[in-house]
Design a protein around this ligand. Sequence first.
Ligand SMILES: [Zn+2]
Length: 197
Amino acid sequence: MKLGLFGRKPREGWRRVPASPEMREYFGFTEMAHPQDARRWFEDLFARQPFTREAVEYFKTLRLEVGTLDEPMGGGYWFGDRGLVMLRGTQEEAAVHELAHAWWERRRSTERDDLMRVLESLGSECPAGYARIGELANVYCNGIKTQVDPNSPTGYWRGMLAEDNDHETFAGFCSGVMADARQMPPELRRFYAGFLR
Ligand SMILES: [Zn+2]
């Protein structure tokens, strides 16, 4: 039997193909999972996650790529111009995060300013019972002083609000509660209607 990376037995039934240009450039992989096997993995994920049918139908129209189906590694990208969701490995949180970006791509032109207003209000006061979102909103609004960011005028990461980064706000809240809309206060949850059940 052929041994996979790190001498381990490859996961049953997944094939490798030469990496796409994006997979090569962003993750340095020379091979990736065969598109059909990556798609099969995504379809299992769609069944496990509380995505609406509409969202799943949309996701199925995208290019879906995974570097390795053997390792639960995080990391991923959404390429809006190419309709590509690309994951390094099979970490569920990374998948939820990138799919949230893919969903938001089609909503943001009309909803981004409202989302950023809600972020600002959650950062100053988050309703009781939504601890995880409150914690994220605080970080997104105030940044992290110990996180060095050479591109920032303050030298540290100033947060989503200062950067006006609606894309990461939407995806970050979603993966932050692992697509569990019940953990979102109603004023935030409404942005996920149509996406999360
Ligand atoms: Zn992101």
